[in-house]
Design a binder for this molecule. Structure first.
Ligand SMILES: CC(C)(COP(=O)(O)OP(=O)(O)OC[C@H]1O[C@@H](n2cnc3c(N)ncnc32)[C@H](O)[C@@H]1OP(=O)(O)O)[C@@H](O)C(=O)NCCC(=O)NCCS
Length: 174
């Protein structure tokens, strides 16, 4: 995926550009997270402030980051953080967030497929993620692109409703 990038055509016909992260994208990424709705962040791990995003986008040698753009605006972010310990070499941890105006239209699938393809190119062996069990749309997406359920962390996530929720551990071998 070069600078000219690729594009995804969403279920509603909109066209979104996909390309890997560059340091000059940071402000647009900060801006996307600053504009996420409460509903988008419902099962997340806040805060997603500038400091957090700076940490997420440091150590770029060990990260695979794909962004989705609507014009100059970042509307989707997928990241695979590669393990650095020798015993976990070749494994990575994934997360994905889309702006609410771009959810449920196939962009998640396009970003996941791109992220997995890039991981394969880099000879990554395994990618894993953790998702709150109530996040049915995310789980459906992960299964659709080949992740399998590997475990259940019972009542590990304290939701904004003040209740503990299970988390599902998922993984894909590449
Ligand atoms: C989760 C997320 C990445 C999914 O991306 P998306 O572009 O919305 O998903 P897609 O449209 O590619 O695919 C979603 C699939 O789930 C299905 N789906 C939608 N709502 C669903 C629900 N409530 N229960 C089950 N499946 C659902 C869709 O029909 C679609 O499947 P299909 O293509 O077979 O019809 C995106 O919605 C998002 O960013 N959500 C908020 C942040 C978040 O939860 N991130 C994950 C944290 S681990």
């Amino acid at each position: 995926m070069g600078d000219e990038g690729k594009h995804a055509v969403l279920k509603d016909g909109r066209r979104v550009n996909l390309r890997t992260y560059k340091p000059s994208d940071k402000e647009e990424l900060v801006s996307m997270y600053a504009n996420l709705s409460q509903d988008t962040l419902k099962w997340s791990m806040p805060p997603y402030n500038r400091e957090r995003i700076e940490r997420m986008t440091s150590d770029l040698d060990n990260r695979i980051i794909v962004l989705a753009f609507d014009g100059h605006k970042v509307v989707g972010h997928l990241q695979i953080s590669l393990a650095t310990n020798a015993r976990f070499r070749g494994t990575g941890d994934l997360f994905i967030y889309l702006h609410q105006d771009f959810q449920n239209a196939g962009l998640g699938a396009a970003l996941m497929n791109e992220g997995i393809a890039l991981a394969r190119t880099r000879k990554v062996h395994r990618v894993e993620l953790t998702v709150v069990a109530d996040n049915h749309r995310a789980i459906r997406l992960y299964e659709k692109v080949g992740f399998q359920r590997e475990g259940l962390k019972r009542e590990n996530y304290l939701g904004e409703d003040g209740k503990y929720h299970d988390e599902v551990e998922m993984g894909i071998l590449l």
